[in-house]
Structures are given as structure tokens and as C-alpha cells.
Ligand binder design. Structure first.
Ligand SMILES: [Fe+2]
Length: 304
């Protein structure tokens, strides 16, 4: 007997590949606030990767020595304070020696696991467009704005294209606003202006022509504004979809009203290589997440 209507064969169900989740903890400007309690915390909460945006201290080797003992995959770029006002570059060079390939200024560091391509921007930046301090020049030689941008771009384009790309900088790029509370706005001196780095902004444009730049993390411009101007806006997103995260919560060690010791970390969750959530977190030293300020969350499409 003929079928009353034709029935298309139902394809066998193909299981969806499991989502790949990656958590990234970012320690903003440390200014010497990193010790055994931070290591214990990282061991307790186990982010998939740890990034440090520089200004570890004022030129001391203590923290680079400590970071060598951490097993969590990490990447770091040094900041302006890390030169220790040593124009010879000696203090900077000593820290670079200790950090080894954990430092990725002007270079690429692929973290496997968890599968991240971290590209460092210009080391030792103090923001303000483009300026190389004597210490940075002593260690790296003179580097022009365009050469700096090209170094960052080359490192990003050399990265495995299947890995999510994260740009790691001490100071963020120019172009994120010129008000005192903008992510890279100058708040300590009038008039307020855009204090971001021109070479990093140029590099982001150059890289963006070849591959997506999902995330740029940086510090230097502290969250607490000077002269009682309130709090800085610590994130933004551009028209290309790139997310910018200022992680400079200073001081990052604190105590809450109940006397509990707090440790600040900025936190990024990636799902299948794309940012899903950005937040600032304050942990207790026992690993308990005590406070979280949600900054941004992806709109998750309905599965219905
Ligand atoms: Fe700084």
C-alpha cells in the first residue's frame, strides 16, 4: 500500500560539540601588593590563566621571583613603575630575566592549556600617546611609534588563528574617550584628556583588518579618580566588537566592613573563544567570592 504522503528521512541526531569555557583572572597594577596569600588564592580558585598588566612594584625583583613558582599558565607585561626610576635599565632587565617567557611585551605568548594567544603591547608604557622612558630605551633600544605598532601587529598575526587573541598592555589604547572617568582618561591634571597609547590603537586597527580582536586588557589608569572625581569607567566596547577592560583596582588588597581580607581580580569568561562575561571580583583569602561587580555580559541567543 502506498504511503499517504512522503516523509523525508530524519537525519540522525549529531551531538553538539561541548562548549569550551576558559576563565581568565587579571591582576591589575599590583604596586607591591602580591604575596603568598595571592598565590594560595590562585591555587584555590584555579583560573585557567592569569594575566598581569604591570606596575608590579617600583623595580623590585620580589614579585617576578614569586611568579616563577606559580603553576597557573600566566603572561605579564611590565609597566612604567617597573623601571624603578633606574635610567640604566638595570632593574627592568633584572625583572625581565626573572620573568623569562612569562613576559610578552612586544611579543606573543601562547598558553596551552588553556588555549589562548596573548600578545603583549609596549613594555614600560606610561601612557600619554607615545613616549619611551630612558630605562626602556636602554633595554630595548629606540623604537618608533610605528615600529612599536608593527611589532604588536606582527606578534598577533603570528598567533595560531584558532586561538582567541587577547592583547595585554600596561596602558590602554587611545580612542576610548577624553573625559577624566573614561577608561584611559587623564584625571590627575586639568584639562582631562585621552591618555591612551597611540601605538596600541594603531596596532588594534592593523590587526583588525586580518583577524578579530575580542579583548584588550590593561591597567595604569587607576579606578579611583583623583581629586574626588569618583570612579573610572573600567570597560567599553568599540564598533568592531572589541572589549576593553581596565583592571587597575588600586589598592588591590583591602578589608571589608566585617574585617575580612579582600583580594581584587578582574575576571573574564570566554565561551568557545568569545568573551561571555567581564567582572571585577573581590575574593576572601579562603577562596570565597565575596563581591562581584558585573560589567558586561554577552546576549546569549535563545536555544528554542
Ligand atoms: Fe603605570
Amino acid at each position: 500500500m502506498a504511503e499517504p504522503f512522503s516523509v523525508a528521512p530524519v537525519p540522525a541526531a549529531v551531538p553538539a560539540p561541548a562548549d569550551v569555557l576558559v576563565s581568565i583572572a587579571i591582576a591589575g597594577d599590583l604596586h607591591d601588593q602580591w604575596d603568598g596569600s595571592d598565590h594560595s588564592l590562585i591555587d584555590l580558585i584555579r583560573p585557567d590563566a592569569l594575566l598581569l598588566v604591570g606596575d608590579l612594584s617600583d623595580g623590585s625583583s620580589r614579585i617576578p621571583s614569586l611568579l616563577r613558582r606559580l603553576e597557573t599558565p600566566l603572561a605579564c607585561v611590565l609597566g612604567n613603575h617597573d623601571t624603578g626610576r633606574d635610567a640604566s635599565g638595570g632593574k627592568l632587565a633584572r625583572q625581565l630575566d626573572l620573568l623569562g617567557d612569562r613576559h610578552c611585551g612586544w611579543g606573543l605568548r601562547e598558553l596551552r592549556p588553556p588555549g589562548l594567544a596573548i600578545v603583549g603591547a609596549r613594555p614600560g608604557s606610561a601612557g600619554g600617546g607615545y613616549h619611551q622612558s630612558p630605562a626602556v630605551r636602554a633595554v630595548y633600544g629606540p623604537v618608533s611609534l610605528h615600529e612599536s605598532a608593527d611589532r604588536i601587529t606582527r606578534a598577533a598575526l603570528a598567533a595560531d588563528p584558532t586561538l582567541p587573541l587577547v592583547l595585554l598592555a600596561h596602558c590602554g589604547p587611545s580612542g576610548l574617550g577624553s573625559g577624566p572617568a573614561d577608561p584611559c582618561g587623564r584625571d590627575w591634571k586639568k584639562p582631562a584628556c585621552d591618555w591612551g597609547d597611540l601605538d596600541l590603537a594603531l596596532a588594534i586597527r592593523q590587526i583588525g583588518r586580518q583577524r578579530p580582536v575580542p579583548l584588550v586588557v590593561f591597567g595604569h589608569m587607576h579606578h579611583q579618580l583623583r581629586r574626588h572625581q569618583g570612579e573610572r569607567l573600567s570597560w567599553c566596547q568599540d564598533r568592531a566588537g572589541t572589549l576593553y577592560l581596565n583592571t587597575a583596582c588600586v589598592p588591590r588588597h583591602g578589608v571589608d566592613s566585617e574585617g575580612r581580607r579582600l583580594r581584587h581580580l578582574s575576571w573574564v569568561c570566554l565561551r568557545n573563544g568569545r568573551p561571555e562575561r567581564l567582572s571585577h571580583r573581590w575574593y576572601g583569602c579562603d577562596g570565597q567570592l565575596l563581591y562581584e561587580q558585573m560589567l558586561w555580559q554577552a546576549v546569549v541567543p535563545s536555544r528554542c
